[in-house]
Design a protein around this ligand. Structure first.
Ligand code: CAA
Length: 376
């Protein structure tokens, strides 16, 4: 899709492209091999405004919107999808604070996120026993005077152990299901909060993914985001925006696979299949990014975008997997060489079909909204 970009959108894309090429790409393979959390790179992204692409300038963001965000994420993910997921989750948490926080919370937390003082922020909804059925979470938050005491174990937390702040969903009312959940802003150094050893993952190995163990973790009541009982709505609203980001990330990975497939086809003109596969990936990526931009522009227009975001995430993440397999087929043995990075793209693409809602969850969301007759 050729868009007439606003200056702010073009600037976000161009900044991300420059940092992706100059900073991220040269280190992406070694960071993956050595499981290196990219602290300095993330802080460089923050200094360029990319921790708050959709955060208002008075809080240190670019205020550039969701289309700008999608354009930036695609550029970054084509270079290093692991650094990008930490950046994406940080933007998601910042937006939740901007949308649902009070003036005090916005003033206390947003500048520390957008400036990169904290190398990341984390989003903590899932638990070992509550993944896709997120509203069955069991972590408790019990009011005690001017604080809440949190107990439980959260799972699959991006940037666990590195984030300066976590948005943690916990149950304040066990008699209710989704309406019994509240959201809390928990500092990374809060007593009673421990991040476990990072998971050994198939892909995105430079991004740290941990459990968070909360044991008598006292959080000031002033850190509850929104009223009691709206934590699940905050999580779902955040994930709608997050899914636009994941679709852009998947398009970035697919774009990198496409570039490898094109380079191979050019170098091997006798292999007609390689050229047609490269062409097919091109069509898939363009179709996918079109869906991504549609969801993003609806979000920017303040219109419902739950279903478009789920459609974009479903299509783009499945597409990225196909694109990587196509590129691997073209490259043959060369595709097995880590230096070519195509095997890394294939590993990195796989998790995009799982986090921020599996493909099965996206199908449920799309079907529900469709049958309810929600437009867009
Ligand atoms: N926006 C706002 N509110 C929403 C909403 C949305 N998109 N979707 C649901 N809600 C609200 C509903 O209106 C309802 O509110 P009321 O009770 O006030 O009416 C409430 O939430 C419950 O809705 P449902 O009955 O639809 O909820 P459910 O329990 O059936 O959930 C589900 C269905 C869509 C499968 C949901 O559980 C879900 O999205 N699961 C996947 C969770 C997920 O994506 N996890 C990823 C975690 S983050 C991560 O991956 C790690 C990382 O850091 C990257």
């Amino acid at each position: 899709m050729d868009l007439a970009l606003t200056p702010a959108q073009a600037a976000a894309r161009d900044t991300a492209r420059r940092l992706a090429q100059e900073l991220l790409a040269p280190h992406a393979r070694t960071f993956d091999a050595e499981h290196t959390f990219p602290t300095a790179h993330l802080q460089a992204l923050a200094r360029a405004g990319l921790f708050g692409v959709n955060i208002r300038p008075e809080h240190g963001g670019l205020g550039a919107g969701a289309v700008a965000y999608a354009l930036a994420v695609r550029e970054l993910a084509a270079a290093c999808a692991a650094t990008t997921v930490a950046m994406m989750v940080t933007n998601m948490v910042a937006e939740a604070i901007q949308t649902f926080g009070d003036d005090d919370q916005r003033a206390r937390f947003l500048p520390r996120i957008t400036s990169g003082e904290w190398p990341a922020a984390g989003f903590s909804l899932s638990e070992p026993g509550a993944g896709s059925d997120a509203s069955s979470l069991t972590t408790r938050a019990v009011r005690d005077g001017d604080a809440y005491v949190l107990d439980g174990t959260k799972a699959w937390v991006t940037s666990g152990g590195h984030a300066g702040l976590y948005l943690v969903m916990a149950r304040t009312n066990p008699a209710e299901k989704s309406r019994g959940i509240s959201a809390f802003l928990v500092p990374g150094d809060a007593p009673g909060l421990t991040a476990t050893k990072p998971e050994e993952k198939m892909g995105l190995r430079a991004s740290a993914t941990t459990q968070l163990v909360l044991e008598g973790c006292r959080v000031p009541a002033a850190n509850r985001l929104g009223p009691e009982g709206i934590g699940f709505r905050i999580a779902m609203t955040s994930l709608d925006g997050g899914r636009v980001g994941v679709s852009a990330q998947a398009c970035g990975i697919a774009t990198a696979a496409h570039e490898a497939a094109v380079a191979y086809a050019r170098a091997h003109p006798a292999e007609g299949d390689a050229a047609t596969r490269a062409g097919e990936i091109d069509a898939w990526v363009r179709a996918g990014f079109g869906l991504c931009l549609r969801a993003a522009s609806l979000k920017d227009a303040g219109r419902p975008f739950t279903r478009p975001a789920a459609m974009a995430k479903l299509y783009c993440t499945e597409m990225a997997g196909r694109a990587c397999q196509h590129a691997l087929r073209s490259l043959g043995l060369a595709g097995q060489d880590a230096a070519a990075r195509v095997e890394q793209y294939a590993r990195d693409a796989r998790i995009t079909r799982i986090y921020e809602g599996t493909s099965e969850v996206q199908r449920i969301v799309i079907a529900r909204e469709l049958l309810r007759g929600v437009s867009a």
